[in-house]
Design a protein around this ligand. Structure first.
Ligand code: PXP
Length: 239
């Protein structure tokens, strides 16, 4: 298993914004995550800037040493401009809507094929690796291939939800989805509701998993274990 951990720092921005000041210092947290072993930093700016602000992206980009992953909906022109101006290692395209609390579905890659193909080629021409957020559905993964994307990100909420009930059944669609993606030559990332409880089982069963991006559970665990220990604990699950 050689899965990279990308820490999603949206929640740090949420805490900062709740008081309107600069505490906690988002840049320091991102650099510390890297120092503590994270192999990537993920941000998901939304148009209302309720957590990550567009300015945060410009501030982070020149300082990060690991893989910078920017997630968001490319149907927002402002998002596309932000990504092209900052040229992260990876852009993850997510079909979220305005005001949505968090991402809750993957792309319909068949219905959006033309649109995704066009936007993906713009990002790829700028030297940015692309990933498309999808449910673990073979049809959607086959559709993703025809958009020209480099990778898919499997939406893991359903896995996390059913993990405690029946972990074998919970992981099965992801095992099939990732095998399908690998057979088609697509790289596989995953994210959403992954945690210290469910991560190892996922990573050991889903072959070829290149990267997980984790925010909510990791930052919550850091309240108890501290950020440095927490990152070590997550990395240990991926070894
Ligand atoms: N991947 C995507 C596309 C997301 O939108 C999010 C949440 O912003 C995550 C991964 C991380 O999810 P979580 O915060 O539950 O770890």
């Amino acid at each position: 298993m050689d899965t990279k951990l990308s820490v999603n720092i949206n929640k740090i921005a949420t805490i900062r914004n709740s008081r309107g000041g600069t505490t906690p210092d988002l840049i320091k947290v991102a650099l510390d995550c890297e120092r503590f072993g994270a192999q990537g930093i993920t941000v998901h700016p939304r148009p209302d800037e309720r957590h990550i602000r567009y300015k945060d992206v410009y501030d982070l980009k020149p300082l990060l040493k690991t893989e910078f992953n920017i997630e968001g909906n490319p149907k927002e022109d402002k998002f596309v401009a932000l990504v092209l101006a900052n040229k992260p290692a990876q852009v993850t395209l997510v079909p979220d809507s305005l005001g949505q609390i968090t991402s809750d579905h993957g792309w319909d890659t068949l219905a959006n094929k033309d649109y995704l193909s066009e936007i993906i080629s713009r990002f790829k021409n700028a030297g940015i690796r692309t990933s498309v957020f999808v449910n673990p559905d073979v049809k959607m993964i086959e559709g993703a291939l025809s958009t020209g994307t480099d990778r898919i990100e499997l939406y893991t909420e359903a896995y996390a939800k059913h993990f405690s009930v029946d972990r074998d059944a919970a992981v099965e669609p992801y095992v099939i989805a990732s095998k399908c993606a690998m057979d088609l030559g697509l790289g596989v990332n995953a994210g959403h509701d992954l945690s210290l409880e469910n991560l190892k089982y996922f990573a050991t069963h889903v072959a070829g998993l290149l990267e997980v991006s984790i925010g909510h559970a990791l930052i919550s665990d850091a309240l108890y274990y501290g950020l440095e220990n927490t990152i070590q604990l997550y990395l240990r699950e991926l070894k």
